[in-house]
Design a binder for this molecule. Structure first.
Ligand SMILES: [Zn+2]
Ligand SMILES: [Zn+2]
Length: 137
C-alpha cells in the first residue's frame, strides 16, 4: 500500500495520521506473519520511536479496527492488518509450531466451529492450530 493510501486508511478509522502509525501499518502490510510489539520495536525502520510509543500506536490501531490482535497461547499480543485475511471480517486461524514457536497465518484454511444451539454463548476470538512446522517436522 502506498503511504497516501495508508494515511487515508488511518484517517478513515478516525485516527490522526502520524508517521509512527503509517510506519507500523506499512511494516505489518509487508509482514507474512503476525508481529509482536517486540518484533516491531526492534525493527530498524522503527528505531526513531520508543517502545512505549509503538505500543500505544499498536493499541490505537487495533482499537480503531485496523489491526487484529491475537494471543496465541504465550500471552504475547501479535498484530496484523485486518484486511489481509480472506474472510470478510479478516479473521483466519493461526498455526503455532510447538517446537520452535514460529507462527503462521492460515489464510487458506477454513475452520468451521459449530456451536450447538443449547450451548452457553461464547465469543470465539481466536482459532489456533498447533503442530510442527516444516522446519521441525
Ligand atoms: Zn518449528
Ligand atoms: Zn494471521
Amino acid at each position: 500500500m502506498a503511504t497516501d493510501a495508508l494515511r487515508r486508511t488511518i484517517r478513515g478509522a478516525g485516527l490522526r495520521s502520524t508517521s509512527a502509525r503509517v510506519m507500523v501499518l506499512e511494516l505489518l502490510g509487508d509482514a507474512t506473519t503476525p508481529l509482536s510489539h517486540s518484533d516491531l520495536a526492534e525493527h530498524p525502520n522503527l528505531q526513531a520511536y520508543d517502545r512505549a510509543t509503538i505500543y500505544r500506536n499498536l493499541m490505537d490501531l487495533a482499537d480503531a479496527g485496523l489491526l487484529s490482535r491475537s494471543d496465541l497461547g504465550d500471552h504475547v499480543w501479535r498484530f496484523e492488518l485486518k484486511q489481509k485475511g480472506l474472510t470478510p471480517d479478516g479473521e483466519h486461524p493461526h498455526f503455532v509450531c510447538t517446537d520452535c514457536g514460529s507462527v503462521a497465518c492460515l489464510e487458506d484454511v477454513k475452520v468451521e466451529v459449530k456451536v450447538p444451539k443449547k450451548a452457553p454463548k461464547r465469543e470465539i476470538s481466536e482459532v489456533l492450530l498447533k503442530g510442527r512446522c516444516e522446519n521441525c517436522a
